[in-house]
Each structure stands twice: as C-alpha cells, then as structure tokens.
Design a protein around this ligand. Structure first.
Ligand code: HEM
Length: 395
C-alpha cells in the first residue's frame, strides 16, 4: 500500500486513528501542505468555500487526479460542469424525492423483517445496517430478487470504490475493477430488458429519461448505476452503524431519542454531523485561485476533511458533544458537511435519511445493549464504518 501518512499528513490506517480520528486529524486552521504537495484543510469555512466555489472541481471529465483504469467509467460524482450539470439533471428527473418517499412502507417492512430475525447476541452491521441499503437500492433499481446475492458480492468488492486509487493495494484494485466490469455487463443486459419492456423501477426510468431530446448514453447509464450502488450502499451502512454506536455510548441522548419519536429526523442530522460515514473529499483548483488567503496554482489538489470540519468550534458550539437538540426546532446550528455542499450535494440524501431514520427508530424500540468486545473499523480512507457492532438485543 502507498504510504498514506506521507501523502496525507496523517495515518488513517493506524488503529488508534480508526477508533477516534477526530483529535488526530489536523485541527481547523489555515491550509496545510503535506510533504508530497497535497493541500489539506479541516476548517468548516474553507471546506464549505471549496465545495461551493466554481474555481474548484475535479479537473478533467472523470476526476483524472483521483482515478485510473476501468474504474474511470463516467460517473458524475467526479465531473465538472457542463457535463456534471447535464447528467445530474437527467438522473434527478428519474431519481426524485417523491420516488424515495414512496419507499417508506417498504423500508419499514424490511427493517421489521431484519429486526424480527435478530435476538440475543447480534452483530448489528450484519443483521441490519449492511443488508438494508443493498436490498433497498437493488429493489429501487429493479434488480430481480434472485440476483440480490450476486449484487451483494459485487458491492463488497466495490467497498473501497470511493477511495483514491493511489491508496489501494494492487490486488484490491484488481478485484474492484473486475467487479465493476461484471456489474456493468450485468446492467447492460438488464437495461436492454427494461428498454424492451419497461417496469415501474428506477432503471426503466433512467433508460427512458430525456430532456429536450437529450438522454443518457449506455456508458453514462452504466456509470450512474455503479455510482448509485457504491455511493448509496457503503455510506448508509455506516450511518446506521455509527449512529447506533453513538446513541449506545451516550445513554442520556438515547433516552431523549426514545422519548421523542417526532425528533428522529433532527436526531439523524446530529448523528450525521457527529460521526459521518463520509469523512473527506478532494477538489482540484481549476484556475489559479486562493483558499482562505493561500494562493493555489491551477491543478493543486485540496483534501477537504469534512468530518473534522463538522467539529470545527468556529461553526458549532461544543462540537465534540453529541447533542440531539442541536438540529431540533428553533436551533440554528450550521449545516453539517456530511452530504457535501454545492453542486455535488448528495443526490441520495433523501433516501439515506429515510433509511437511517426508520432503522434507528425501529432498532431502539427494542432493548439494545453494547457488548464489551473491542470494536474494529473497516480499512477505508473516505468512508468510516465498523466491521461489526456486537450488541445484545431483547424485546
Ligand atoms: C448516509 C448516507 C450517505 C452519505 C453520508 C452520502 C454522502 C455523500 C457526499 C459527501 C457526497 C458529495 C461528495 C463530494 O462532493 O465530493 C455525495 C454525493 C452523492 N451521493 Fe451520497 N451519501 C449517502 C447516501 C447516498 C445514497 C443512498 C445515494 C443513492 C442511492 C447516494 C448517491 C449520491 C450521488 C449520486 C452523489 C453524486 C452527486 C453529484 O456529484 O452531483 N448517496 N454523497
């Protein structure tokens, strides 16, 4: 593996960092420069500015700075305008908040089924957090139930799909690219079937979507399906896992959560701020510019430590405290950066919120106790999530 600490200025794979990264990231302040010339910031104001300012983007239609090889199949996550604008608009026409809200009864039924099967010693990741998003996204796209297992296997191989290539060991990179190729072949076939015989699913809608004569090409359609799987699955797992753990470790906040069912949406926002599934993102200066007074040459790479910026005391009072009242009525806490900001703001945020709210509300209707075993986190730079979350679950 590449020497992450040398590149980034901190070591994300150190076990101490994995268990509590926040005091170990560089503290908010002016831009820092790492030995290899990468710029880094955890300041809320600078992260927000770089996410919103058109002087920053990905530089190259497919994020050349971040990806190589077949993994570079076109996905709008790493595109700049006008390509990004065009694709995001087309996909947004098919993937609407209304479509997501229609899923509420199905998400509730899935959570009920998963929890009904769990009693006594349980790993919450395997029992609830992991299966829920993959089944939801599979059903939403219109993947037949008999293919869900294959889908899960590809999803596993794509687990580090959001990490930059330069941090992945060669074998993992090869597995990921192989899974992408298989996944694309599978979707090419399924898309052809939906084109011939449309159904009431997102894939049929993506195949049919058009805007003033414009439509998704086949490559764009496949890139979008892979993006929805990768961006939508591994993240939501960690919202449920990290969120459940934060509540279990803060019994006063858990008591508040249970006492106010109408406060679940605000609680999930605070859980997203407090221990976000996506810890950071990267931007390239598209022109000579500056960030917080530091001049940057065109092409400079800036690592935005958004997870740490969510705890910047300049933006949030008492930022290291989990405070479910923070986003409740009448409070004006800054928006967290956990879904990004600006033109790349998470397109799946309504779905992620729905799944997180239903899963955590239903889970904590039960008696849940954290088991004493030490917790381990998955090796991942961009995403932060537990390998397992052992609990005892009673009715
Ligand atoms: C808790 C769960 C989730 C988190 C924390 C999350 C986080 C993010 C973040 C931080 C970004 C912006 C990245 C950047 O600007 O560099 C993003 C973009 C995106 N997310 Fe999510 N996401 C979640 C769930 C989902 C779901 C469920 C879907 C879809 C099924 C999804 C689809 C997308 C897409 C398509 C983009 C690209 C948007 C664009 O480039 O315009 N995400 N997400």
């Amino acid at each position: 593996m590449a020497d992450a600490a040398g590149i980034l200025g901190f070591d994300p794979f150190d076990p101490a960092f994995r268990s509590d990264p926040y005091p170990r990231y560089p503290a908010p302040g002016p831009l820092l420069r790492t030995p290899v010339g990468l710029w880094v910031t955890s300041s809320y104001a600078l992260c927000e500015r770089a996410l919103r300012d058109p002087a920053f983007g990905h530089g190259g239609a497919d994020g050349e700075s971040w990806r190589s090889g077949p993994a570079r199949r076109r996905s709008f996550l790493t595109m700049d305008p006008p390509d990004h604008t065009r694709l995001r608009r087309l996909v947004s026409k098919a993937f609407t908040p209304r479509l997501v809200e229609r899923l509420r009864p199905r998400v509730t039924a899935l959570v009920d089924d998963l929890l009904a099967a769990a009693h006594g010693s349980t790993d919450l990741i395997a029992a609830l957090a992991y299966p829920l998003p993959v089944v939801v996204i599979s059903e939403l796209l219109g993947v037949p139930p008999e293919d869900h297992e294959r889908f899960k296997a590809w999803s596993d191989a794509l687990a580090r799909g959001l990490d930059p290539d330069f941090l992945l060991p060669a074998d993992e990179l090869a597995r990921r690219d192989e899974a992408r190729a298989e996944f694309a072949a599978y979707f090419r076939e399924l898309a052809a079937r939906r084109r011939a015989e449309p159904r009431d699913d997102l894939l049929s809608a993506l195949v049919a979507v058009s805007d003033g004569g414009d439509a998704l090409s086949e490559e764009e359609l496949l890139g979008t399906c892979i993006l929805l799987l990768v961006a939508g699955h591994e993240t939501t797992v960690n919202l449920i896992g990290n969120g459940a753990l934060a509540l279990l470790r803060n019994p006063d906040q858990l008591a508040r959560f249970r006492a106010r069912p109408d406060g679940v949406a605000a609680a999930v926002e605070e859980l997203l701020r407090y221990d976000p599934p996506v810890q950071l993102t990267l931007r390239t200066a598209l022109t000579d510019t500056d960030l917080g007074g530091t001049p940057l040459r065109r092409g400079s790479l800036v690592l935005l430590l958004t997870g740490r910026a969510n705890r910047d005391p300049a933006a949030f009072a008492d930022p290291d405290r989990l405070d479910l009242a923070r986003y409740a009525d009448g409070t004006h806490a800054a928006r967290h950066l956990s879904f990004g900001q600006g033109i790349h703001y998470c397109l799946g945020a309504p779905l992620a919120r729905l799944e997180g709210q239903v899963a955590l509300a239903k889970l904590f209707e039960r008696d849940v106790r954290l088991s004493p075993e030490p917790l381990t986190y998955r090796d991942n730079l961009v995403l932060r999530g537990l390998s397992s979350l052992p609990v005892t679950l009673d009715d």
